[in-house]
Design a protein around this ligand. Sequence first.
Ligand SMILES: [Zn+2]
Length: 241
Amino acid sequence: MSFSSEVKKELLSIKPTAEHCILAQTIAREHFGKNKLTRAGKFRVGESLEKNCCKRAYIRGAFIESGSLNAPEKAYHLEFINPNREYVDILVYAIEFFDIRAKVTERKGHWVVYFKEGEHVVDLLNIMGAHNSLLNFENARIVKNMRNNVNRIVNCETANLSKTVTASIKQINDIKTIARITGLGYLSTQLKEVALIRLKYEEATLKEIGVMLSPPVGKSGVNHRLRKISGIAENLRGGKV
Ligand SMILES: [Zn+2]
């Protein structure tokens, strides 16, 4: 069953008891449905939708007949559709009363009232009384956000990690080159200390190396020393020393 059908099924299970709400919902279903108008003649927007319960009932009736809502895993999109602008305006009036900004557009001779914000969808489900659908929607929304966040973090960490590892491999190569050609004693005390820590902790970040130095040095200080080491290795490889 589509998410829309689930919502409609739940909305249909809500039976308004007050006469005014029954009327408002019936009229909405006539305005937004394919059935002939029978009770719409009695309808005066001001009077018939005066009560908030009736505004909710009208929105509910409109959704049952013409509403659709994407499954929450997809892009958020809830809409009502109607060829009659007058009825669309009544619906927008009822919805905007609840502080939800409705967007209206024309599509193939029909008016479409639509919402693309997750928050608006949640508010509308709440207003219509579709509380189970609302819970399902919110749960899916949380999972979706969490999955997006996890992916973002994983991507970010993978990128950082591989950058650290690539840099580390090069630094270790450089240090080994120096050790082979001249021995690490060739380096100044400061550079030698960094070199030894780099060799020992292959996966350490610059920041972590900095903390292990005495006295500790910041990330950029460590970077500076490692670049010096690389420079020396380059020169040794080129036989310039
Ligand atoms: Zn009512």
